[in-house]
Design a binder for this molecule. Structure first.
Ligand SMILES: NC(=O)c1ccc[n+]([C@@H]2O[C@H](COP(=O)([O-])OP(=O)(O)OC[C@H]3O[C@@H](n4cnc5c(N)ncnc54)[C@H](OP(=O)(O)O)[C@@H]3O)[C@@H](O)[C@H]2O)c1
Length: 333
């Protein structure tokens, strides 16, 4: 599907963008891959490793609508990965988070419609489901905007969908590099926010593969959620440093004990497929009657029961300490 096509990745120098680029280059023959982000040094560094003739690096901010329109010229598909994603930073700098995650989403939608892009997938997070922190709230607003954008396209064929998933093993600023750094520095304990805390757990490659697949599945208007395992944070610490003391430091501002990907209040909209869920849109689209229980690949899903919630604490699939160790090793190889 990406052979001979031009793909724009906002936030392309981030953890996701680099893995997505690597995967596109190894499996397809794209015409162009455009990396769109702000920091020239990250682009320079990425350019050392990803220097295929199809690669283009554009400095630009998603807050800059005109620059985005320029970047979208001739583009077939967009993956919108640019975001501010650190929960504490968002709490302390709310307007910055709103400008990047909400205004930036608005600009991506504007540019995509104006340039007649075929399909757009925006990355979301479990923190957008029943959000309690500003980061999650901005991503929920962004999700809603991308869903509603399918109604703003007029006669154009541009379609928008969202992919929502949980903690990516080893991504920049996440818990695994944090724990590993402490171990490498000879710390005498690992800080644990709460002994009962659980998280959804996904490898970057699985996240990338899920997004790739959903470009083929999407009608437009879906929030795609992969079925993935959960971990207990205490088990994660044991997997990384089996003999180190774990010290409880208390839950941090804006943190949940468990994460949710499909809220119970959305159960009437949720369709279960073999390896994923789809939250179908709560609004009707003007131009088409789409049935979200069958996707464009012909896969068929079934509605979940009333009140169903996909929650990291009640997920039937938990990894053991040994499984976490091998999962992390494979994910970060
Ligand atoms: N990592 C996770 O655990 C996780 C889990 C669920 C969902 N997600 C979502 O997945 C997406 C990608 O995450 P990631 O882990 O790849 O993040 P990341 O490593 O922090 O990368 C973020 C990227 O966005 C760019 N960026 C930030 N602000 C920008 C702006 N105003 N304009 C243009 N580019 C901007 C950054 O480059 P510059 O700073 O140079 O601009 C960087 O390329 C995000 O939307 C995030 O919410 C991540």
């Amino acid at each position: 599907m990406f052979d001979g096509k031009t793909i724009l990745i906002t936030g392309g120098t981030g953890s996701f963008g680099k893995k997505y680029t690597e995967t596109l280059l190894s499996r397809y023959k794209p015409k162009r891959i455009i990396i769109y982000s702000r920091d020239e040094l990250k682009q320079f560094d990425m350019g050392q490793d990803y220097n295929d003739p199809c690669m283009r690096y554009m400095i630009g901010d998603v807050r800059d609508k005109e620059r985005l329109v320029q970047a979208c010229d001739g583009v077939d598909y967009i993956i919108h990965a640019a975001a501010l994603k650190q929960v504490p930073a968002a709490e302390y700098n709310p307007m910055e988070c709103i400008n990047t995650n909400i205004r930036g989403a608005e600009n991506v939608i504007h540019a995509a419609i104006k340039c007649g892009i075929k399909k757009v997938i925006a990355l979301s997070t479990d923190k957008a489901a029943n959000p309690i922190n500003l980061y999650g709230a901005t991503k929920l607003a962004s999700d809603k905007m991308f869903v509603a954008a399918n109604n703003m396209v007029g006669r154009r064929e541009t379609r928008f969908a969202v992919v929502r998933y949980g903690n990516v093993v080893g991504s920049r600023g996440s818990v695994v590099p944090f724990f590993e750094k402490r171990v490498a520095e000879g710390a005498d304990h690992l800080p644990i926010t709460d002994a009962d805390m659980t998280r959804f757990w996904i490898s970057l490659q699985d996240g990338v593969d899920f997004v790739l697949k959903n470009f083929e599945r999407m009608h437009g208007g879906e929030v795609f959620v992969p079925k993935i395992p959960s971990i207990r944070v205490t088990d994660l610490a044991s997997a990384i440093a089996p003999n180190l003391e774990q010290r409880i430091i208390g839950i941090r501002p804006g943190e949940k004990l468990h994460e949710i990907m499909c809220p119970a209040d959305d159960s009437h909209l949720t369709v279960e497929f073999e390896d994923h869920y789809v939250l179908s849109p709560s609004i009707k689209f003007y131009d088409a009657e789409v049935s979200y229980d069958k996707n464009c690949l012909g896969e068929v899903g079934k509605p979940v029961g009333r009140g169903f919630e996909y929650n990291s604490g009640t997920n039937p699939h938990f990894l053991t300490v040994d499984e976490i160790a091998s999962f992390n090793k494979a994910a970060m190889a």
